[in-house]
Design a protein around this ligand. Structure first.
Ligand code: ATP
Length: 147
């Protein structure tokens, strides 16, 4: 059986709030609330990566955000069906909340929470998300002090 590979691109955010040394992280739960991950989604045609990241975070969590910096492009592979493999890239941005109310996008998300950074690192299902959250935490003091 021949396997077809498709490259897909998503964008998302590590949204932080709170003090420089102990921020909270905005996370979503999927798979009946069993997997915690960062909010993200597919980049639409004619949309920039930061635009897509902001739109997806707002749609999935109800929180309005401003983008502070690009953090990292993560990459992974998965089978979308038996003979279609996705090579996925996700660009994550450091963000801060600027309004809105916490409300999961019910079609795609089971729960949305602010978790303390240490708890977010414990709960994160994927190692690459964990790495990006750590990176965001290290860069946060520079922004937290300006708020
Ligand atoms: P998007 O949220 O970008 O629209 P999606 O919900 O269609 O995407 P993914 O969240 O990428 O799809 O999930 C597709 C597969 O990849 C699932 O099997 C999931 O477990 C796995 N996956 C999701 N996030 C990661 C990650 N950060 N690292 C590795 N595998 C992941």
């Amino acid at each position: 059986m021949r396997v077809k590979t498709i490259t897909v691109h998503s964008a998302g955010g590590v949204v932080l709030r709170g003090p420089a040394d102990a921020p909270d992280v905005l996370m979503i739960a999927t798979h009946n609330g069993t997997r915690w991950a960062l909010p993200k989604g597919q980049v639409e045609p004619n949309e920039s990566l930061p635009e897509a990241a902001r739109r997806e975070v707002e749609e999935e969590t109800g929180i309005k955000v401003a983008t502070l910096a690009h953090l990292e492009t993560i990459e992974y592979w998965y089978y979308a069906s038996r003979n279609v493999r996705h090579h996925k890239f996700v660009d994550y941005f450091l963000m801060k909340p600027i309004g809105g109310t916490l409300r999961p996008q019910l079609s795609e998300v089971d729960d949305v929470r602010w978790w303390p950074l240490a708890k977010a690192l414990e709960l994160a299902t994927y190692d690459n998300d964990r790495r990006v959250i750590e990176k965001a935490g290290k860069r946060w003091p520079r922004y937290a002090d300006e708020l």
